[in-house]
Design a protein around this ligand. Sequence first.
Ligand SMILES: *Cc1c(COP(=O)(O)O)cnc(C)c1O
Length: 419
Amino acid sequence: MKRKEDRNIEGRTLKPESLMMSYGYEAARSEGALKCPIFQTSTFVFQTAEEGKKFFEVAYGLRKQDPSEKLGLIYSRLNNPDLEILEDRLTLWDNAEACAVFESGMAAISTLLLEYASPGDLILHSEPLYGGTDHFLHHILPRFGIETAGFPADATEKDMRRVLEETGKADKLAMVFIETPSNPTNRLVDIEACAKIAKEHDTPLAVDNTFLGPLWQHPLALGADFVIYSATKFIGGHSDVIAGVCLGSKEGITRVKGLRTFLGTLAGPWTGWLLLRSLETLKLRMTCQMKNARFVADFLNDHPKVQKVYYLGMLEEGSHQRSVYKRQCESPGSMISFDVKGGEAEAFRFLNALQLFHLAVSLGGTESLAEHPGTMTHADVSPESQNRMGIGAGMLRLSIGVENPEDLVTDLKQALEKV
Ligand SMILES: *Cc1c(COP(=O)(O)O)cnc(C)c1O
């Protein structure tokens, strides 16, 4: 595009995938370089002392930023061109007003929660949650006098309300925090129901959209106030970078960035540059992964050694989960869990026999991964809670990559034969 903010040709608004190579970058400002350089610098030179003063007034909130004014470049804990361009591009997928990038998904989650919760407050959340989020909510926040209450991912609106009322602290609700689909059980949380409850209490709803976003689910359009990503997963997509993202309104993200400056959780320029590169192929990768996953799920579903497959493309027609899926998801994505017949021993035999799939945690990369949630990603969750959440000893979680789908199935088939 000729100008950095252009999104239209002949009245047509271009789709995000068309803008991932250019949006927010002006070549003329970087010696004509086609690609955005890495601005590997800790600090930025002010043209004049007056300019430096102006930038700091905005950065520290000493005066109101006028609507057209961008925060000037000051210091790379506050901002940096690679990160600002990345933030602009990330807003496009979710049609968000603003974006904040972080050094990790956990940095995004912890900074957002700490900005909105104060001692005496309550956080209402879905469960199960990503292990790090679960630990932060249940072991770190209580040290600051912040309480939590969880409801099962597939709870109805009525059940969510009951959990909230039973705390006796509904008037202290500071945030509703959900993760959907849930990990590793692939149960959907009803985003619109949560948005309704959050709105009634005048509190924000935050959705960890790592598993389906930014392509297949758009929580802001369903009434959420914040969307969170571990950019380590699909957005990074090559299992070589750790990063996080928070999207929302201009006002909300300004607050989040305020605390980010003082916690020091902004990502570095090299991370920003890697993610800019990854974004160019995001749709390509996620589409291929989604198609591969459908092929793999069909194979597993027919296999005699597989007890049950947890995959969003196989929700029972007519069920509440299926109706939530139709309302809020655009595709089943590429995460599959399944129960192998037997328990831990059988699951481990399967994992140890895999040849093309790598035995590793994490997800969303170009390579397919397999892991055992009960003893790996969710080892921190007590056996009783695992039971309640439906994480069995024979459960395995797969993240499907971009390999040839028949090669993937060949590997799964030979590994299941060893069980
Ligand atoms: C990985 C993950 C996180 C944490 O992200 P990091 O980048 O590892 O800090 C949070 N939520 C979900 C759903 C994840 O999968």
